[in-house]
Design a binder for this molecule. Structure first.
Ligand SMILES: Cc1ncc(COP(=O)(O)O)c(C=O)c1O
Length: 547
Protein backbone atom coordinates (compact mmCIF):
# COMPACT_ATOMS: atom_id res chain seq x y z
CA UNK A 1 0.00 0.00 0.00
CA UNK A 2 2.68 2.40 1.12
CA UNK A 3 4.77 1.45 -1.93
CA UNK A 4 1.82 2.20 -4.26
CA UNK A 5 1.47 5.67 -2.86
CA UNK A 6 5.14 6.50 -3.10
CA UNK A 7 5.22 5.05 -6.64
CA UNK A 8 2.36 7.37 -7.53
CA UNK A 9 4.27 10.39 -6.25
CA UNK A 10 7.51 9.31 -7.89
CA UNK A 11 5.66 9.20 -11.23
CA UNK A 12 4.24 12.67 -10.64
CA UNK A 13 7.64 14.10 -9.64
CA UNK A 14 9.24 12.52 -12.70
CA UNK A 15 6.67 14.12 -15.02
CA UNK A 16 7.40 17.53 -13.50
CA UNK A 17 11.13 17.25 -14.01
CA UNK A 18 10.68 16.42 -17.70
CA UNK A 19 13.32 14.74 -19.75
CA UNK A 20 16.81 16.04 -20.36
CA UNK A 21 15.74 16.50 -24.02
CA UNK A 22 13.38 19.36 -23.23
CA UNK A 23 15.51 22.37 -24.08
CA UNK A 24 13.19 25.14 -22.89
CA UNK A 25 12.32 23.51 -19.52
CA UNK A 26 14.11 25.36 -16.81
CA UNK A 27 13.08 23.55 -13.69
CA UNK A 28 15.34 20.55 -13.99
CA UNK A 29 18.03 21.19 -11.37
CA UNK A 30 21.65 21.59 -12.40
CA UNK A 31 23.73 18.44 -11.77
CA UNK A 32 26.03 20.52 -9.52
CA UNK A 33 25.64 23.30 -6.99
CA UNK A 34 27.62 26.43 -6.18
CA UNK A 35 30.62 25.68 -3.98
CA UNK A 36 31.95 29.24 -4.01
CA UNK A 37 30.51 32.53 -5.18
CA UNK A 38 31.84 35.92 -6.07
CA UNK A 39 29.96 39.09 -5.18
CA UNK A 40 29.82 41.89 -7.73
CA UNK A 41 31.64 45.16 -7.27
CA UNK A 42 28.97 47.14 -9.09
CA UNK A 43 25.23 47.35 -9.44
CA UNK A 44 22.95 46.88 -12.43
CA UNK A 45 21.73 50.44 -11.69
CA UNK A 46 25.12 52.02 -12.57
CA UNK A 47 24.17 52.69 -16.20
CA UNK A 48 25.78 56.13 -16.45
CA UNK A 49 29.06 54.93 -14.95
CA UNK A 50 29.26 52.13 -17.50
CA UNK A 51 28.46 54.53 -20.34
CA UNK A 52 31.23 56.89 -19.22
CA UNK A 53 33.83 54.13 -18.97
CA UNK A 54 32.77 52.67 -22.29
CA UNK A 55 32.92 55.97 -24.16
CA UNK A 56 35.97 57.53 -22.48
CA UNK A 57 38.21 54.59 -21.60
CA UNK A 58 37.21 51.87 -24.02
CA UNK A 59 36.27 53.76 -27.20
CA UNK A 60 33.09 51.61 -27.43
CA UNK A 61 35.27 48.52 -27.79
CA UNK A 62 33.81 45.91 -25.44
CA UNK A 63 37.15 44.10 -25.24
CA UNK A 64 38.63 47.21 -23.60
CA UNK A 65 35.93 47.53 -20.90
CA UNK A 66 36.79 46.63 -17.28
CA UNK A 67 35.23 43.27 -16.39
CA UNK A 68 34.77 44.21 -12.74
CA UNK A 69 32.28 46.86 -13.81
CA UNK A 70 29.96 44.32 -15.42
CA UNK A 71 27.06 43.48 -13.10
CA UNK A 72 25.27 41.06 -15.45
CA UNK A 73 26.45 38.30 -17.76
CA UNK A 74 29.90 38.56 -19.24
CA UNK A 75 29.28 36.66 -22.47
CA UNK A 76 32.32 37.99 -24.30
CA UNK A 77 33.76 34.50 -24.47
CA UNK A 78 33.30 30.98 -23.20
CA UNK A 79 37.08 30.69 -23.40
CA UNK A 80 39.02 30.56 -20.14
CA UNK A 81 35.94 31.80 -18.29
CA UNK A 82 35.03 28.42 -16.83
CA UNK A 83 34.18 28.02 -13.16
CA UNK A 84 36.39 25.11 -12.17
CA UNK A 85 35.06 22.20 -10.11
CA UNK A 86 36.10 21.44 -6.51
CA UNK A 87 37.86 18.36 -7.86
CA UNK A 88 39.98 20.58 -10.11
CA UNK A 89 40.86 22.96 -7.27
CA UNK A 90 41.75 19.98 -5.11
CA UNK A 91 43.96 18.56 -7.89
CA UNK A 92 45.72 21.92 -8.17
CA UNK A 93 46.68 21.79 -4.51
CA UNK A 94 48.61 18.63 -5.34
CA UNK A 95 50.45 20.29 -8.22
CA UNK A 96 54.08 19.35 -8.78
CA UNK A 97 56.17 22.32 -9.90
CA UNK A 98 59.29 20.39 -10.94
CA UNK A 99 60.98 22.04 -13.92
CA UNK A 100 61.19 18.89 -16.00
CA UNK A 101 58.83 15.90 -16.24
CA UNK A 102 56.47 16.93 -13.44
CA UNK A 103 53.79 14.60 -12.10
CA UNK A 104 50.95 16.51 -13.83
CA UNK A 105 52.53 15.90 -17.23
CA UNK A 106 52.25 12.13 -16.87
CA UNK A 107 48.76 12.37 -15.45
CA UNK A 108 47.72 14.54 -18.37
CA UNK A 109 49.20 12.15 -20.91
CA UNK A 110 47.27 9.25 -19.36
CA UNK A 111 44.10 11.32 -19.45
CA UNK A 112 44.64 12.32 -23.10
CA UNK A 113 44.92 8.62 -23.96
CA UNK A 114 41.71 7.94 -22.03
CA UNK A 115 39.73 10.86 -23.43
CA UNK A 116 40.85 10.88 -27.07
CA UNK A 117 41.99 7.28 -27.59
CA UNK A 118 44.91 5.10 -26.55
CA UNK A 119 47.00 5.71 -29.69
CA UNK A 120 47.41 9.42 -29.21
CA UNK A 121 50.19 9.48 -26.60
CA UNK A 122 52.69 7.18 -24.97
CA UNK A 123 51.55 5.88 -21.58
CA UNK A 124 52.80 3.40 -18.96
CA UNK A 125 56.34 2.13 -19.43
CA UNK A 126 56.57 3.77 -22.88
CA UNK A 127 56.00 7.20 -21.37
CA UNK A 128 59.55 8.18 -20.30
CA UNK A 129 61.04 11.36 -21.78
CA UNK A 130 58.83 13.88 -23.45
CA UNK A 131 56.13 12.92 -25.84
CA UNK A 132 56.59 12.55 -29.58
CA UNK A 133 53.01 13.59 -30.14
CA UNK A 134 51.93 16.02 -27.40
CA UNK A 135 53.06 19.65 -27.50
CA UNK A 136 51.82 21.83 -24.65
CA UNK A 137 51.29 25.58 -24.91
CA UNK A 138 49.87 28.25 -22.69
CA UNK A 139 46.79 28.60 -24.91
CA UNK A 140 45.27 27.55 -28.21
CA UNK A 141 46.60 30.38 -30.36
CA UNK A 142 50.15 29.75 -29.12
CA UNK A 143 49.76 26.18 -30.40
CA UNK A 144 48.45 27.56 -33.70
CA UNK A 145 51.33 30.02 -33.97
CA UNK A 146 53.93 27.32 -33.32
CA UNK A 147 52.25 24.98 -35.75
CA UNK A 148 51.99 27.40 -38.67
CA UNK A 149 55.44 28.87 -38.04
CA UNK A 150 57.09 25.46 -38.21
CA UNK A 151 54.84 24.25 -41.02
CA UNK A 152 55.70 27.33 -43.12
CA UNK A 153 59.39 26.64 -42.51
CA UNK A 154 58.98 23.03 -43.63
CA UNK A 155 57.03 24.09 -46.72
CA UNK A 156 59.76 26.52 -47.73
CA UNK A 157 62.15 23.57 -47.92
CA UNK A 158 59.86 21.73 -50.33
CA UNK A 159 59.40 22.37 -54.09
CA UNK A 160 56.86 25.17 -54.75
CA UNK A 161 53.49 23.97 -55.99
CA UNK A 162 52.63 24.75 -59.63
CA UNK A 163 50.75 25.95 -61.50
CA UNK A 164 48.99 28.82 -59.75
CA UNK A 165 45.35 27.85 -59.25
CA UNK A 166 45.33 25.16 -61.91
CA UNK A 167 42.27 24.54 -64.09
CA UNK A 168 39.23 22.64 -62.91
CA UNK A 169 38.81 24.70 -59.76
CA UNK A 170 35.18 25.73 -59.20
CA UNK A 171 34.75 29.43 -60.10
CA UNK A 172 33.28 30.26 -56.68
CA UNK A 173 36.27 28.66 -54.94
CA UNK A 174 38.70 30.55 -57.17
CA UNK A 175 36.86 33.76 -56.33
CA UNK A 176 36.96 33.01 -52.59
CA UNK A 177 40.68 32.16 -52.70
CA UNK A 178 41.49 35.33 -54.65
CA UNK A 179 39.39 37.44 -52.29
CA UNK A 180 41.27 36.05 -49.27
CA UNK A 181 44.64 36.54 -50.99
CA UNK A 182 43.77 40.17 -51.67
CA UNK A 183 42.90 40.66 -47.99
CA UNK A 184 46.27 39.31 -46.78
CA UNK A 185 48.14 41.71 -44.54
CA UNK A 186 51.36 43.08 -46.00
CA UNK A 187 52.46 44.46 -49.32
CA UNK A 188 51.72 41.77 -51.85
CA UNK A 189 48.01 41.13 -52.03
CA UNK A 190 47.51 38.52 -54.73
CA UNK A 191 47.95 34.79 -55.07
CA UNK A 192 51.42 33.65 -56.09
CA UNK A 193 53.25 30.38 -56.75
CA UNK A 194 54.47 29.88 -53.25
CA UNK A 195 51.12 30.25 -51.52
CA UNK A 196 49.45 27.41 -49.71
CA UNK A 197 45.76 27.04 -48.91
CA UNK A 198 44.41 25.76 -45.60
CA UNK A 199 40.74 24.80 -45.95
CA UNK A 200 38.34 24.42 -43.04
CA UNK A 201 34.58 24.41 -42.43
CA UNK A 202 35.38 27.88 -40.96
CA UNK A 203 38.59 29.04 -39.33
CA UNK A 204 38.42 30.85 -36.01
CA UNK A 205 39.80 34.40 -36.14
CA UNK A 206 43.14 33.64 -34.46
CA UNK A 207 43.61 30.56 -36.65
CA UNK A 208 42.88 32.72 -39.67
CA UNK A 209 45.32 35.35 -38.36
CA UNK A 210 48.08 32.81 -37.79
CA UNK A 211 47.61 31.27 -41.24
CA UNK A 212 47.62 34.66 -42.95
CA UNK A 213 50.65 35.77 -40.99
CA UNK A 214 52.59 33.00 -42.73
CA UNK A 215 51.21 34.15 -46.10
CA UNK A 216 49.00 31.12 -46.45
CA UNK A 217 45.35 31.40 -47.44
CA UNK A 218 42.65 30.34 -44.96
CA UNK A 219 39.72 29.07 -47.03
CA UNK A 220 36.30 28.46 -45.48
CA UNK A 221 34.11 25.75 -46.98
CA UNK A 222 30.91 25.87 -44.90
CA UNK A 223 28.14 23.53 -46.03
CA UNK A 224 25.26 24.70 -48.24
CA UNK A 225 22.72 24.13 -45.48
CA UNK A 226 24.55 26.66 -43.35
CA UNK A 227 24.77 29.26 -46.11
CA UNK A 228 21.09 28.78 -46.90
CA UNK A 229 20.24 29.31 -43.22
CA UNK A 230 18.51 25.92 -42.93
CA UNK A 231 17.08 25.99 -39.41
CA UNK A 232 15.92 22.38 -39.62
CA UNK A 233 19.42 21.05 -40.31
CA UNK A 234 21.09 19.82 -37.11
CA UNK A 235 24.71 19.86 -38.36
CA UNK A 236 25.23 23.26 -39.86
CA UNK A 237 28.92 23.12 -38.86
CA UNK A 238 29.57 20.58 -41.64
CA UNK A 239 32.07 21.18 -44.40
CA UNK A 240 30.96 21.22 -48.05
CA UNK A 241 32.36 17.91 -49.28
CA UNK A 242 31.91 18.69 -52.99
CA UNK A 243 34.00 21.83 -52.62
CA UNK A 244 36.64 19.94 -50.65
CA UNK A 245 36.76 17.23 -53.31
CA UNK A 246 37.11 19.85 -56.03
CA UNK A 247 39.86 21.69 -54.16
CA UNK A 248 41.90 18.55 -53.48
CA UNK A 249 41.47 17.06 -56.93
CA UNK A 250 42.73 20.27 -58.55
CA UNK A 251 45.12 21.81 -55.98
CA UNK A 252 46.27 19.17 -53.58
CA UNK A 253 49.96 20.08 -53.78
CA UNK A 254 48.90 23.49 -52.53
CA UNK A 255 47.03 22.09 -49.50
CA UNK A 256 49.34 20.90 -46.67
CA UNK A 257 46.40 19.81 -44.51
CA UNK A 258 42.65 20.13 -44.06
CA UNK A 259 41.13 21.55 -40.88
CA UNK A 260 37.76 21.00 -39.28
CA UNK A 261 36.62 23.18 -36.38
CA UNK A 262 34.43 21.25 -33.92
CA UNK A 263 32.08 22.79 -33.09
CA UNK A 264 32.22 25.51 -35.71
CA UNK A 265 32.60 28.66 -33.61
CA UNK A 266 32.71 31.15 -36.50
CA UNK A 267 29.77 29.52 -38.23
CA UNK A 268 27.43 29.93 -35.25
CA UNK A 269 28.84 27.32 -32.85
CA UNK A 270 27.28 24.65 -35.02
CA UNK A 271 28.23 20.97 -34.66
CA UNK A 272 29.71 18.72 -37.32
CA UNK A 273 28.16 15.29 -37.93
CA UNK A 274 30.10 12.07 -37.76
CA UNK A 275 28.94 11.41 -41.31
CA UNK A 276 30.69 14.61 -42.41
CA UNK A 277 33.84 13.78 -40.40
CA UNK A 278 33.96 10.36 -42.05
CA UNK A 279 33.38 11.95 -45.47
CA UNK A 280 36.30 14.33 -44.99
CA UNK A 281 38.41 11.41 -43.81
CA UNK A 282 37.61 9.49 -47.01
CA UNK A 283 38.43 12.44 -49.29
CA UNK A 284 41.65 13.47 -47.51
CA UNK A 285 42.87 9.89 -47.36
CA UNK A 286 42.24 9.35 -51.06
CA UNK A 287 44.26 12.47 -51.89
CA UNK A 288 46.95 11.80 -49.31
CA UNK A 289 46.30 15.09 -47.46
CA UNK A 290 46.46 15.08 -43.63
CA UNK A 291 43.31 15.94 -41.68
CA UNK A 292 43.28 17.88 -38.38
CA UNK A 293 40.66 19.08 -35.90
CA UNK A 294 40.54 22.43 -34.22
CA UNK A 295 39.10 20.52 -31.28
CA UNK A 296 38.23 23.25 -28.75
CA UNK A 297 34.65 22.04 -28.20
CA UNK A 298 35.02 18.35 -28.98
CA UNK A 299 32.79 17.11 -26.14
CA UNK A 300 29.96 19.48 -27.04
CA UNK A 301 30.25 18.26 -30.64
CA UNK A 302 30.06 14.63 -29.45
CA UNK A 303 26.84 15.45 -27.53
CA UNK A 304 25.23 16.65 -30.77
CA UNK A 305 26.34 13.50 -32.62
CA UNK A 306 24.74 11.36 -29.90
CA UNK A 307 21.50 13.36 -30.13
CA UNK A 308 21.39 13.78 -33.90
CA UNK A 309 22.75 10.61 -35.51
CA UNK A 310 20.84 7.40 -34.90
CA UNK A 311 23.86 5.10 -35.12
CA UNK A 312 25.43 6.90 -32.17
CA UNK A 313 22.39 7.29 -29.92
CA UNK A 314 23.36 4.33 -27.76
CA UNK A 315 27.08 5.06 -27.62
CA UNK A 316 28.59 6.89 -24.67
CA UNK A 317 30.08 10.35 -25.17
CA UNK A 318 33.50 8.80 -24.50
CA UNK A 319 33.02 6.26 -27.30
CA UNK A 320 31.87 8.93 -29.72
CA UNK A 321 34.91 11.08 -28.91
CA UNK A 322 37.19 8.12 -29.65
CA UNK A 323 35.40 7.49 -32.96
CA UNK A 324 35.74 11.16 -33.95
CA UNK A 325 39.44 11.35 -33.13
CA UNK A 326 40.20 8.05 -34.87
CA UNK A 327 39.54 9.96 -38.13
CA UNK A 328 42.26 12.61 -37.78
CA UNK A 329 46.04 12.83 -38.05
CA UNK A 330 46.28 15.52 -35.40
CA UNK A 331 44.46 18.28 -33.57
CA UNK A 332 45.04 21.45 -31.71
CA UNK A 333 42.91 22.42 -28.78
CA UNK A 334 42.41 25.44 -26.62
CA UNK A 335 41.92 23.76 -23.24
CA UNK A 336 40.17 26.95 -22.11
CA UNK A 337 36.97 25.53 -23.59
CA UNK A 338 36.37 21.79 -23.28
CA UNK A 339 39.51 21.37 -21.16
CA UNK A 340 37.39 23.16 -18.51
CA UNK A 341 40.30 25.32 -17.34
CA UNK A 342 41.20 29.00 -17.42
CA UNK A 343 44.44 28.65 -19.39
CA UNK A 344 46.06 26.00 -21.55
CA UNK A 345 46.49 24.69 -25.05
CA UNK A 346 47.93 21.71 -26.87
CA UNK A 347 48.88 20.40 -30.26
CA UNK A 348 48.69 16.65 -30.68
CA UNK A 349 50.05 14.86 -33.75
CA UNK A 350 49.45 11.18 -34.40
CA UNK A 351 52.61 9.09 -34.23
CA UNK A 352 53.03 7.26 -37.53
CA UNK A 353 50.17 9.32 -39.04
CA UNK A 354 49.93 11.00 -42.44
CA UNK A 355 51.11 14.38 -41.16
CA UNK A 356 54.38 13.16 -39.67
CA UNK A 357 54.93 11.10 -42.79
CA UNK A 358 54.60 14.19 -44.98
CA UNK A 359 56.50 16.58 -42.69
CA UNK A 360 59.09 14.52 -40.76
CA UNK A 361 61.03 17.61 -39.61
CA UNK A 362 58.07 19.09 -37.81
CA UNK A 363 58.56 17.36 -34.48
CA UNK A 364 62.04 18.70 -33.88
CA UNK A 365 60.97 22.15 -35.05
CA UNK A 366 58.01 22.21 -32.66
CA UNK A 367 60.10 21.03 -29.72
CA UNK A 368 62.66 23.77 -30.37
CA UNK A 369 59.90 26.34 -30.68
CA UNK A 370 58.45 25.20 -27.34
CA UNK A 371 61.81 25.46 -25.62
CA UNK A 372 62.42 28.92 -27.06
CA UNK A 373 58.93 30.33 -26.48
CA UNK A 374 57.10 28.36 -23.80
CA UNK A 375 59.42 26.30 -21.61
CA UNK A 376 60.42 22.69 -21.30
CA UNK A 377 58.16 20.49 -23.46
CA UNK A 378 56.90 18.72 -20.33
CA UNK A 379 55.15 21.84 -19.08
CA UNK A 380 54.86 24.02 -22.19
CA UNK A 381 54.15 27.36 -20.53
CA UNK A 382 51.82 25.97 -17.88
CA UNK A 383 52.39 25.52 -14.15
CA UNK A 384 52.45 21.84 -13.12
CA UNK A 385 49.31 22.41 -11.04
CA UNK A 386 47.42 23.56 -14.11
CA UNK A 387 48.26 20.32 -15.90
CA UNK A 388 46.49 18.48 -13.09
CA UNK A 389 43.46 20.74 -13.45
CA UNK A 390 43.36 19.99 -17.20
CA UNK A 391 43.52 16.23 -16.56
CA UNK A 392 40.59 16.54 -14.15
CA UNK A 393 38.72 18.84 -16.57
CA UNK A 394 39.03 16.31 -19.40
CA UNK A 395 37.46 13.71 -17.10
CA UNK A 396 34.51 15.94 -16.22
CA UNK A 397 33.81 17.33 -19.66
CA UNK A 398 32.51 14.04 -21.11
CA UNK A 399 29.99 13.49 -18.27
CA UNK A 400 26.54 13.19 -19.86
CA UNK A 401 24.85 15.07 -16.99
CA UNK A 402 27.30 17.97 -17.37
CA UNK A 403 26.81 18.12 -21.15
CA UNK A 404 23.00 17.94 -20.89
CA UNK A 405 22.95 20.82 -18.44
CA UNK A 406 25.49 22.84 -20.38
CA UNK A 407 24.02 22.59 -23.84
CA UNK A 408 20.38 22.75 -22.78
CA UNK A 409 21.15 25.92 -20.84
CA UNK A 410 22.62 27.52 -23.97
CA UNK A 411 19.73 26.32 -26.13
CA UNK A 412 17.14 27.51 -23.59
CA UNK A 413 18.83 30.92 -23.63
CA UNK A 414 18.58 30.99 -27.44
CA UNK A 415 14.93 29.93 -27.29
CA UNK A 416 14.10 32.83 -24.96
CA UNK A 417 15.79 35.37 -27.27
CA UNK A 418 13.93 33.90 -30.19
CA UNK A 419 10.58 34.00 -28.33
CA UNK A 420 10.87 37.77 -27.98
CA UNK A 421 11.55 38.17 -31.70
CA UNK A 422 15.33 38.38 -31.77
CA UNK A 423 16.62 36.44 -34.79
CA UNK A 424 19.19 33.88 -33.68
CA UNK A 425 21.09 31.35 -35.74
CA UNK A 426 19.20 28.08 -35.44
CA UNK A 427 19.53 25.44 -34.39
CA UNK A 428 21.37 27.04 -31.48
CA UNK A 429 24.85 25.53 -31.08
CA UNK A 430 26.61 24.29 -27.97
CA UNK A 431 28.46 27.21 -26.45
CA UNK A 432 26.91 30.44 -27.63
CA UNK A 433 23.89 32.11 -29.10
CA UNK A 434 24.48 34.07 -32.29
CA UNK A 435 22.15 36.95 -33.06
CA UNK A 436 21.80 37.44 -36.81
CA UNK A 437 22.47 41.16 -37.37
CA UNK A 438 21.35 41.17 -41.01
CA UNK A 439 17.92 39.92 -39.98
CA UNK A 440 17.84 42.01 -36.80
CA UNK A 441 18.38 45.29 -38.67
CA UNK A 442 16.84 44.29 -42.02
CA UNK A 443 17.14 47.29 -44.34
CA UNK A 444 17.94 49.52 -41.38
CA UNK A 445 21.70 49.04 -41.62
CA UNK A 446 24.41 49.05 -44.28
CA UNK A 447 27.85 47.48 -43.88
CA UNK A 448 29.82 50.68 -43.22
CA UNK A 449 27.46 51.55 -40.30
CA UNK A 450 28.87 48.80 -38.09
CA UNK A 451 25.67 48.81 -36.07
CA UNK A 452 26.73 45.49 -34.54
CA UNK A 453 29.40 47.43 -32.67
CA UNK A 454 26.66 49.75 -31.35
CA UNK A 455 24.48 46.79 -30.38
CA UNK A 456 27.31 45.36 -28.26
CA UNK A 457 28.09 48.79 -26.75
CA UNK A 458 24.47 49.40 -25.75
CA UNK A 459 24.22 45.91 -24.24
CA UNK A 460 27.23 46.74 -22.12
CA UNK A 461 25.57 49.91 -20.88
CA UNK A 462 22.63 47.65 -19.96
CA UNK A 463 25.09 45.55 -17.91
CA UNK A 464 25.88 42.55 -20.11
CA UNK A 465 28.84 41.95 -22.41
CA UNK A 466 28.55 40.35 -25.86
CA UNK A 467 30.68 40.94 -28.96
CA UNK A 468 30.32 41.57 -32.64
CA UNK A 469 31.59 38.74 -34.83
CA UNK A 470 30.52 40.08 -38.15
CA UNK A 471 31.34 42.57 -40.87
CA UNK A 472 33.69 44.42 -38.54
CA UNK A 473 35.48 41.48 -36.92
CA UNK A 474 35.84 39.43 -40.08
CA UNK A 475 35.80 42.14 -42.73
CA UNK A 476 38.78 44.21 -43.84
CA UNK A 477 39.50 47.68 -45.16
CA UNK A 478 41.86 48.15 -48.09
CA UNK A 479 42.29 51.89 -47.65
CA UNK A 480 39.41 52.74 -49.97
CA UNK A 481 36.70 50.18 -49.48
CA UNK A 482 35.31 47.79 -46.87
CA UNK A 483 35.52 44.11 -47.84
CA UNK A 484 32.87 42.16 -45.94
CA UNK A 485 33.71 38.54 -45.13
CA UNK A 486 33.12 35.92 -47.84
CA UNK A 487 31.09 33.81 -47.20
CA UNK A 488 29.18 36.41 -45.22
CA UNK A 489 29.12 36.27 -41.42
CA UNK A 490 27.38 39.05 -39.48
CA UNK A 491 26.47 38.21 -35.90
CA UNK A 492 26.53 39.22 -32.27
CA UNK A 493 27.92 36.35 -30.22
CA UNK A 494 26.71 35.74 -26.69
CA UNK A 495 29.07 33.00 -25.49
CA UNK A 496 28.08 31.27 -22.27
CA UNK A 497 30.94 30.50 -19.82
CA UNK A 498 30.90 26.95 -18.48
CA UNK A 499 29.42 26.39 -14.99
CA UNK A 500 29.30 30.14 -14.28
CA UNK A 501 25.79 31.52 -14.72
CA UNK A 502 22.27 30.54 -13.73
CA UNK A 503 19.30 30.78 -16.06
CA UNK A 504 18.02 33.91 -14.32
CA UNK A 505 21.26 35.74 -15.18
CA UNK A 506 20.78 34.84 -18.83
CA UNK A 507 17.11 35.87 -18.67
CA UNK A 508 18.21 39.29 -17.50
CA UNK A 509 20.38 39.59 -20.62
CA UNK A 510 17.40 38.52 -22.78
CA UNK A 511 15.31 41.33 -21.29
CA UNK A 512 17.99 43.92 -22.07
CA UNK A 513 18.26 42.63 -25.64
CA UNK A 514 14.47 42.97 -25.85
CA UNK A 515 14.80 46.71 -25.18
CA UNK A 516 17.24 47.02 -28.10
CA UNK A 517 14.91 45.00 -30.34
CA UNK A 518 11.97 47.21 -29.46
CA UNK A 519 13.92 50.35 -30.39
CA UNK A 520 16.20 48.93 -33.07
CA UNK A 521 15.57 51.88 -35.42
CA UNK A 522 17.22 54.15 -32.81
CA UNK A 523 20.45 52.13 -32.59
CA UNK A 524 23.08 54.46 -34.05
CA UNK A 525 25.88 53.77 -36.53
CA UNK A 526 29.47 54.13 -35.33
CA UNK A 527 32.46 55.78 -36.89
CA UNK A 528 35.80 54.04 -36.56
CA UNK A 529 38.23 56.36 -34.82
CA UNK A 530 41.20 54.01 -34.77
CA UNK A 531 42.29 50.73 -36.35
CA UNK A 532 39.98 50.21 -39.30
CA UNK A 533 42.82 49.01 -41.56
CA UNK A 534 44.52 46.78 -38.96
CA UNK A 535 44.46 42.99 -38.98
CA UNK A 536 42.34 41.43 -36.19
CA UNK A 537 40.98 44.93 -35.86
CA UNK A 538 38.01 44.18 -33.59
CA UNK A 539 40.36 43.55 -30.66
CA UNK A 540 42.13 46.90 -31.10
CA UNK A 541 39.82 49.47 -32.68
CA UNK A 542 38.12 52.44 -31.07
CA UNK A 543 34.78 53.84 -32.13
CA UNK A 544 32.35 56.69 -31.44
CA UNK A 545 28.57 56.75 -31.87
CA UNK A 546 27.51 58.75 -34.92
CA UNK A 547 25.13 61.54 -34.04
C1 LIG B 1 37.61 27.44 -32.54
C2 LIG B 1 38.72 28.14 -31.82
N1 LIG B 1 39.99 27.92 -32.18
C3 LIG B 1 41.02 28.50 -31.55
C4 LIG B 1 40.83 29.36 -30.49
C5 LIG B 1 42.02 30.03 -29.83
O1 LIG B 1 42.21 29.54 -28.55
P1 LIG B 1 42.82 30.43 -27.35
O2 LIG B 1 41.79 31.46 -27.02
O3 LIG B 1 43.10 29.48 -26.24
O4 LIG B 1 44.07 31.06 -27.84
C6 LIG B 1 39.52 29.64 -30.10
C7 LIG B 1 39.29 30.59 -28.97
O5 LIG B 1 38.26 31.12 -28.72
C8 LIG B 1 38.44 29.01 -30.76
O6 LIG B 1 37.16 29.20 -30.40
Amino acid sequence: MMTDITDFFIDEFRKKIGSADDAPRFYRPRPYRNAAVRFRKCSIEDFETRRDILVREAGLNVFLFRADMIPGCDLLSDSGTTTMTMEQWAAMMLGDEAYGSNEGYFELKDQIAETFGPDWVETGTASGGFSESLFLFHQGRAAENAFFTILARELREMPAPTPVLSGGLLPELRERIEARASALPGRKRSIDDSMFIIPSNSHFDTTQGNIEDKRMIPLNLPCREHLEGREDFPFRGNMDLDELENLLSTQKERVPLVYLTITNNTGGGQPVSMENILGIRRITKRHGVPFFFDACRFAENAWFIKRGEKEYAKKSIGEIVHAMFACVDGFHISLKKDGLVNMGGALVIRRGGAFYEKFPGIREGLTDYQIMAEGHPTYGGLPGRDLKAVAEGLRTIVRPDYLDARILQVRGFGARLSEIGIPVIKPVGGHAVYIDLDRFFGDGAVDGDFKGISFAALMLIAGHRVCELGVYAFGSYDGVRENPPVPRVNCIRAAVPRLAYEDRDLSSMVEAAGVLAEHRDRIPAVKVEYGRELSMRHFKSRFAFRK
